[in-house]
Design a protein around this ligand. Structure first.
Ligand code: NAG
Ligand code: NAG
Ligand code: NAG
Ligand code: NAG
Ligand code: NAG
Ligand code: NAG
Ligand code: NAG
Ligand code: NAG
Ligand code: NAG
Ligand code: NAG
Ligand code: NAG
Length: 674
């Protein structure tokens, strides 16, 4: 990908020769350094052009044509033949959305290509066009209507690496179809209608590493169908109708990734003996939606990722996971789990990610592995987070408890989670969050407390998170009590200096304290949709929002005062304020917008100094300019009595600094003469 981007960036320009209007012609440097004068050409035509040979030459590497009728395609190829075009560097030929059924020509100038892509041409059988492609490495025939493979069509493609037959109409593949493909590494047969795999079909594919048979209608895998695939690393047989997997059929020495998902009969037949008898390299197994009622046993102990989502597992017993000592990721999403025996997971020493989402779990499982980093418990029936849960999980980084029935969060419930970065308690019937119930996770970056109906009055209780210093995202959407607590809690606000995204939408918000942005210098996105905003004196916010340029801000409407009802907040202008006239500091051109005021004690006297600031740190300076300002350092005392402030701090006036916490703090403001 990076490579591709690089090539795109290094595009030298459009070919000097006239490129027909229906084509695009691009030149790329031959290697990735721009210094070279040699380049290759990539030509792509979206419809027929009679003079195509004019633009193909010994620099052409890629040639793509699409939307051609059968005759146009034949003409194009004949054109190449008649002109005896030499295309020594042509590597990639792409023909799409064209009629190439029954095409049977041999084009000498195309014979050296490495990659042939014939996607989406409604091919019903394999065209003979590529019979002579001695160097072909990649053949993509996906999205056609191929029903049968006859006469060993690939036997001459001795160098083929990748064969893609995905999204065709194959119902059966004859033995011998793949003969000659001794070096094939990748075979995609997904999205066909295969019901059966003959024993011999895959026999020649002794180099195969990737086989995709997903989205077919296979009913059984017999003992020998894969037996020659000794190099196979990835096997995808998901979304079939597998009911039977013969013992031994998956005993493949190189198999590392086995995808069995979406075969609902599989687990029912014989309690999931599927994984008994797989090779010792197996690392990833997806047995989601396979009708399992129990954790399947496995003989190999090498599995690191096990997905069992969408099954009917009700219990995880002690010992069930003994076959998986190296497990790092375990997914039980959407099962019927109710009981997880106390030590069922305790011995999974490497487990780092555990999904228990969408089950019927009533309490947070005990004795979770110490190394756990990510714990998904959303959509369960958990009623309480007690201080005895989550013990010892000092490495836990992500804890998701949203959409449960949690009414109580004990004090210090999270106290041991010192590494926690993300916590989601949204949509739980919690009515009280004691101050300090979120003590412990001192590095928390994302806190989601959406749709929580706290009933405690805002003024009396401080916001429950005690250490917001690293908070980046705070979601209080639809939690009006918490939103009010947060906005009223100046200490917490003042500590949230890293906050970048704050969601206060749908929280019955009427007023927004005018110093909000002052406390949250890093704020980038403020969600305040669906409130009853009183827009008097919100010009500062409007002007900040205009600078943020978030599309959703267009939907924030004023609810009052009456003359602003229905007005988008962003349209508020600081109407009555005249352009800034800053205090004239001596003769030099002091940058107008940026002035420091340091309050002298509790008087109206301010120490002025100016300096160099970026707009980054001065969110609330109106008319802020983008570039860094260089201004002379001037200090002096000024009595602000006769100046009105012109800064987006709205109502906050200098006397606001009576708040001992911000007295004498340097403020950056605009000032204009009254
Ligand atoms: C193709 O080339 C011929 C002569 O070289 C010219 O007369 C004709 O207009 C060209 N057609 C197109 C579509 O460029
Ligand atoms: C490509 O063809 C041109 C003449 O058409 C010739 O001058 C040039 O050397 C050829 N380049 C290569 C790499 O063969
Ligand atoms: C394709 O053409 C070759 C010779 O030009 C011929 O031997 C072969 O039978 C043809 N194949 C089809 C399917 O028409
Ligand atoms: C095969 O083609 C399909 C559709 O064009 C594509 O999605 C898939 O990734 C390809 N398979 C491989 C292995 O490249
Ligand atoms: C597979 O077969 C079914 C029924 O015979 C048919 O409806 C469906 O279109 C076929 N799918 C493909 C990709 O050919
Ligand atoms: C197999 O093919 C299906 C459908 O084309 C695709 O969604 C899936 O990702 C592929 N599997 C692998 C392992 O690449
Ligand atoms: C809106 O706020 C202004 C100033 O804070 C106040 O005078 C006015 O009464 C408020 N309007 C409503 C409808 O609350
Ligand atoms: C502010 O207080 C300090 C001592 O607390 C005093 O020295 C200084 O003179 C005071 N400044 C003004 C302008 O009152
Ligand atoms: C600010 O002034 C310094 C020293 O005079 C100078 O090096 C720097 O380039 C100036 N910065 C800008 C953005 O003008
Ligand atoms: C500006 O003044 C401050 C104190 O008011 C001082 O720390 C700083 O060094 C001064 N900067 C310059 C460039 O003189
Ligand atoms: C403020 O203005 C009044 C009237 O114009 C004037 O008497 C007073 O001296 C001024 N105060 C200061 C500190 O400039």
């Amino acid at each position: 990908m990076v490579h591709l981007v690089l090539i795109m960036m290094l595009t030298v320009g459009v070919s000097t020769r006239a490129c027909p209007i229906m084509c695009t012609c691009r030149n790329y440097p031959l290697d990735n350094s721009q210094k070279t004068s040699t380049y290759f050409t990539s030509v792509s035509c979206s419809s027929y052009t009679e003079n195509i040979t004019d633009i193909l030459d010994n620099t052409t590497r890629d040639f793509e044509i699409s939307n051609l009728h059968q005759q146009e395609l034949a003409d194009t190829l004949n054109n190449l033949i008649e002109n005896k075009l030499d295309l020594p560097y042509l590597s990639n030929l792409i023909i799409t959305k064209s009629e190439i059924e029954n095409l049977n020509v041999s084009v000498e100038s195309l014979e050296r290509i490495l990659s042939l892509t014939l996607i989406d041409n409604r091919l019903e059988s394999l065209p003979e066009v590529f019979l002579n492609l001695q160097n072909l490495q990649t053949l993509d025939l996906s999205h056609n209507e191929i029903k049968v493979i006859e006469l060993e069509p690939f036997r001459t493609l001795r160098t083929l690496d990748v064969l893609n037959l995905s999204a065709n109409s194959l119902t059966k593949i004859d033995s011998g179809s793949f003969s000659g493909l001794n070096v094939l590494k990748c075979l995609d047969l997904s999205r066909n209608n295969l019901t059966k795999l003959d024993d011999q079909v895959l026999l020649p594919l002794s180099s195969l590493q990737y086989l995709n048979l997903s989205n077919n209608r296979l009913e059984a895998l017999n003992e020998v169908c894969f037996s020659s695939l000794i190099m196979l690393q990835q096997l995808d047989v998901s979304w079939n109708r597998l009911a039977r997997v013969a013992p031994g059929s998956l005993q493949l020495p190189s198999l590392a990734r086995l995808l069995l998902a979406g075969n609902p009969q599989l687990g029912r037949s014989r309690e999931a003996a599927v994984l008994v008898g797989t090779g010792r390299r197996l690392q990833t197994v997806d047995a989601s939606r396979t009708g399992l009622k129990q954790v399947p046993a496995a003989l190999t102990h090498s599995i690191r990722t096990l997905r069992l989502a969408g099954n009917s597992i009700q219990t995880i017993n002690c010992g069930d996971l003994d076959s998986y000592p190296l497990l790092q990721l375990l997914d039980f999403t959407s099962n019927d789990l109710e009981v997880i025996e106390e030590d069922a997971m305790g011995r999974l020493d490497s487990l780092s990610v555990l999904y228990l989402t969408d089950n019927n779990i009533h309490e947070i499982p005990k004795s979770l592995p110490e190394k756990l980093k990510v714990l998904h418990l959303e959509h369960n029936n958990i009623q309480r987070v007690s201080s005895k849960d989550l013990l010892g999980l000092t490495g836990l980084e992500v804890l998701l408890l949203s959409d449960n029935k949690i009414r109580t969060v004990d004090e210090a419930a999270f106290s041991q989670l010192v590494s926690l970065v993300t916590l989601d308690l949204s949509r739980n019937p919690v009515t009280i969050l004691q101050p300090g119930c979120l003590v412990g996770p001192s590095a928390l970056q994302v806190l989601r407390l959406s749709s929580i109906g706290i009933i405690s009055p805002a003024e009396e209780v401080s916001f429950p998170l005690s250490a917001p210093e690293h908070l980046i995202t705070l979601d209080l959407c639809d939690s009006s009590g918490l939103a009010r607590q947060f906005l009223a809690d100046t200490a917490t606000l003042a500590a949230s200096r890293e906050l970048q995204e704050l969601d206060l939408s749908h929280t019955d918000l009427e007023f927004i304290r005018s110093d909000l942005l002052h406390y949250l210098p890093q704020l980038r996105v403020l969600h305040i949709k669906d409130n009853n905003l009183n827009c008097s004196h919100l010009e500062w916010l409007a002007s900040w929002m205009r600078r943020q340029d978030e599309p959703e801000y267009r939907d924030i409407m004023c609810a009052s005062p009456a003359d602003l009802w229905g007005t988008p907040l962003v349209d508020l202008q600081d109407g009555e304020l005249s352009p800034i006239e800053t205090i004239n500091q001596q003769e030099n051109n002091i940058d107008r917008e940026i002035i420091n005021l340091q309050r002298e004690n509790n008087t109206n006297l301010y120490q002025i100094s100016t300096g160099q600031y970026t707009t980054e740190s001065t969110n609330y300076i109106s008319l802020a300019q983008e570039e860094i300002k260089n201004v002379t350092n001037i200090t002096g005392l000024i009595d602000v009595t006769n100046y009105t402030k012109y800064f987006n701090k709205g109502e906050t006036d200098f006397s606001k600094s009576n708040n001992p916490e911000i007295t004498n703090e340097i403020e950056k403001v605009n000032i204009k003469k009254k």
